[in-house]
Design a protein around this ligand. Structure first.
Ligand code: SF4
Length: 330
């Protein structure tokens, strides 16, 4: 792998829960609990998992929108984990985000052209005619007409609004875009257009994406590598073809068994997961998946499986591939 654009090591985000008038501590939500991954230049790494698994919190923590509890975040080799808002400013140009709901992430009182041009203004990169030309160019790149720069967000369709969000994210020519469920609020036909736009832009600009999604068909289409999350931890990570062709972790196997196949005559054996996702306030001891895993055996209840390479280029956290005592949690 080339030197990573984003490198996250042992990242944790724990939220204290307080209750009552005196705001007494009532526990901790272990939303992200020791996650490590890298995103290479020009690569798309997708984070997948059921809702509540911590993938959006992880994306926002990596973006430094939420303060991490511990761990490190490196952007092109620079440790940005503890930088102040001001110190973070130059790095913001390299790191942009696209949100799930384009309507609520766009200021309804601003014209689309001003929304897209705002990052250029904030970073003092261009103004006047130069800024206007740059914004018009960004509109054209995302498939909008420059004449639409004068319109307000409510005058656009959902797909067009997401295109405005993408143009705004591109304004500073970032190296990495973190996309948090960028198409899940859109109609299926529009989803394909936006996904193809993101892929075209990646080819043209060498962009990297950290792509958060729960729709595995979309993930299979857009990703180079896939990381599967369960209860705040990555449980499997590999190239897309390995995860989809030969999933090793029982949780990934269950997730993939629910994806419909394109040929209606070919049926996949569904593996229905038993029970609910445990509370991230009270994760089970040992393997966090043992309460729902059809293959659970004795060590799973007490020994945390180490996340390690279990096949070439294929990492998983599961005792089925050899019980290894995990290093002590810090
Ligand atoms: Fe299932 Fe045990 Fe593997 Fe966890 S470690 S996924 S419980 S077999």
């Amino acid at each position: 792998m080339n030197a990573p654009v984003l490198e996250v090591s042992a990242l944790k985000k724990h939220f204290p829960v307080r209750k009552g008038l005196l705001r007494r501590s009532a526990g901790t939500v272990f939303a992200v609990d020791g996650v490590t991954f890298k995103v290479a230049p020009g690569e798309t790494l997708s984070l997948v998992g059921e809702s509540g698994c911590g993938k959006s919190t992880l994306a926002r923590t990596a973006m430094r929108l939420i303060e991490p509890t511990s761990g490190t975040i490196r952007l092109e080799g620079h440790d940005v984990t503890r930088l102040s808002r001001r110190e973070m400013q130059p790095f913001r140009r390299e790191l942009q985000m696209i949100f799930q709901d384009p309507f609520s992430s766009l200021n309804p009182r601003m014209k689309a052209g001003d929304i897209v041009g705002e990052p250029l203004k904030v970073h003092g990169l261009s103004g006047g005619n130069e800024k206007h030309a740059r914004v018009a160019e960004l509109f054209a790149q995302v498939g909008l007409r420059p004449a639409q720069m004068q319109s307000f967000p409510h005058e656009f369709s959902g797909g067009q609004r997401q295109r405005i969000s993408i143009a705004r994210a591109l304004a500073l020519s970032p190296k990495l875009i973190i996309a948090d469920e960028p198409v899940s609020a859109l109609d299926v036909s529009i989803q394909a257009q936006v996904i193809n736009l993101l892929m075209d832009l990646q080819q043209q600009r060498g962009l990297s994406y950290l792509f958060v999604a729960h729709d595995l068909a979309v993930v299979e289409h857009i990703s180079h590598r896939v990381a599967v999350m369960y209860l705040g931890k990555i449980v499997e990570q590999a190239e897309k073809r390995k995860v989809f062709g030969n999933p090793l972790h029982p949780y990934t196997q269950a997730l993939l068994s629910a994806v419909p196949l394109p040929n209606p005559r070919v049926k996949r054996q569904k593996r229905i997961l038993q029970g609910d996702v445990p509370s991230p306030m009270n994760p089970p001891p040992g393997c966090p998946f043992h309460t729902r895993c059809p293959h659970a055996f004795e060590p799973c209840k007490s020994v945390v499986p180490a996340f390690r390479a279990v096949a070439p280029g294929h990492e998983a956290a599961c005792h089925l591939y050899g019980v290894v005592q995990a290093p002590p949690q810090t």
